[in-house]
Design a protein around this ligand. Structure first.
Ligand code: ZN
Length: 271
């Protein structure tokens, strides 16, 4: 497999970001991602011509307005495309073996989607949380991680790829399972939701890609950052503490990207 050049990863990131925008818009509205296949203006419903659908470029040429109805296009579209492109180029520039590069490109794409979707819609689509966890376990086999208790115990018997996949599956199930139980106990006592089911599923994704330690670290960082930013926001914007819903998934996603980079040395054993 040929290594992916950073500039190529940047272009790929623009296209992937464009697709993620479609997912972010359509999944919470229960519109199929592939049908209609062509992008349309959410305001007037007009199908977009290819030249009005070029990542970042079209937004600038159209000055952020729909060609047909003149409705403003959210700056979220070019922002997601550009952010995905920069992340992709950055990951490709790390010089990892190709399969590890692909693994982290997929991880980054999942995190970008969840960060923006939770921030905008307070929605974490199963296709990316549960689907992401499944993909993470498969990647743990083909781009194995060399640390974790189960890897240490099982490596000799089953070989590194299988031991790494079992470790990833265990991290995903154990962490989300524990948090689901804690969430249920909290709900029974307080009669309100502490941790959303979407957040629990997202922790399974983090567990599968970053291992048990990486996912727990992400959860702690996201909880602290989320609480601090959330309290400041509620005070400044004069929001009600009782009804404001913090997008924990957005903080988990940012923390996950940071922790992933921080642990890269141990997540990529042949690096
Ligand atoms: Zn329009």
């Amino acid at each position: 497999m040929i290594p992916i050049e950073p500039w190529l990863a940047f272009l790929l990131g623009l296209l992937v970001g464009s697709f993620l925008n479609v997912c972010i818009h359509r999944l919470p509205r229960e519109v199929a991602v592939w049908n209609p296949a062509r992008s349309y203006c959410p305001e007037c419903g007009e199908t977009l011509a290819w030249y009005d659908n070029i990542p970042v470029v079209s937004y600038l040429l159209l000055r952020g307005k729909c060609r047909h109805c003149g409705a403003p296009i959210s700056w979220r579209y070019p922002a997601v495309e550009l952010f995905t492109a920069i992340l992709f180029a950055f990951i490709a520039a790390q010089g990892m073996p190709p399969l590890y590069t692909v693994k982290f490109l997929v991880f980054a794409a999942i995190m970008v989607t969840l960060i923006v979707s939770d921030f905008e819609e307070r929605f974490l689509p199963d296709a990316f949380t549960l689907g992401g966890a499944a993909v993470g376990v498969i990647f743990a086999y083909y781009a194995p991680v060399k640390f974790g208790a189960l890897v240490f115990i099982l490596q000799g018997t089953y070989g590194l790829p299988m031991a790494s996949a079992i470790e990833a599956l265990f991290a995903a199930v154990a962490l989300s399972g524990i948090l689901w139980v804690l969430g249920e106990i909290y709900y029974r006592i307080r009669h309100k939701e502490g941790l959303g089911l979407g957040d629990v599923k997202m922790l399974a994704t983090l567990g599968a890609f970053l291992g048990l330690q990486g996912a727990m670290l992400s959860l702690m960082a996201a909880s602290v950052a989320g609480t601090v930013v959330g309290v400041i926001y509620m005070l400044v914007a004069r929001k009600d503490f009782a009804t404001y819903e913090l997008p924990l998934g957005s903080f988990l996603g940012i923390a996950g990207l940071g922790v992933g980079y921080w642990l890269l040395g141990s997540l990529v054993p042949f690096h």
